[in-house]
Design a protein around this ligand. Sequence first.
Ligand SMILES: [Zn+2]
Length: 272
Amino acid sequence: MMVKAVQLQICGLVGQRWSLKPCSSISFSSLASFPPIPYPNPFFKLLPSNSIARRVRFAPFHASSSSLHSSANVRNVKFCQWCGGSTKQDIPEGEEKLRAICTICGRIAYQNPKMVVGCLIEHDNKVLLCKRRIQPSVGLWTLPAGYLEIGESAVEGAIRETREEANADVEVISPFAQLDIPLIGQTYMMFLAKLKKPHFSPGPESSACQLFPLDDIPFNSLSFSSMVVTLSLYVDDLKDGKLKFHYGTIIKRPGTSPSDIHAYTLDHHMHS
Ligand SMILES: [Zn+2]
């Protein structure tokens, strides 16, 4: 019953999960001005457990050199998506970055990050993981998650992805983590959720779905760094007796393989 005993403390109320109502009393303890912090975060336990303040307060944010200097993977756009004309690489007037600019119509191909949404499903003190049946990371375990579609909210997308990958109907309880990965242009938005009915099975993109007790989460067989971070934060929160909302930036350590999901630091870790 450990999971059920753990509740968020927010808005001055103890024992309440986050609601979907706007709440103006969230504060974040920020480590943003520190150098990049490896995860597990050695300072994490030092954060005061009673750090809930009465009004929104963010510490000054200073981007670390590692994130500023990371060279993001920008697609090489060769042709204009509007007129089909060829593009040239140039810095538009008044801007600082190289862009693909159409040599015919002059439009600029701006590239923006994609949002990945997913669910961390709690059930009987276990979490639901799916084994990937498709590349990348085929055969490895993941929380149900995928790209947000145009026309749906993040919550709707997370519920849809869970239905697609685990044939499970879930109720979203609260946001749990936003994790930015600047290098690959992705932002993960992960929600805590619970099964509406205790039924799940592998969807087309999964070869297996399984509930894992916290001590048996396969941290060495997870699909992505984002999943390692999400599940590590979750386990740490439960050990601390309080689930929080987390923000962080996943920075891949230079020179490491993309497949090494543990070769990262978690920058700018803030939590409620
Ligand atoms: Zn064009």
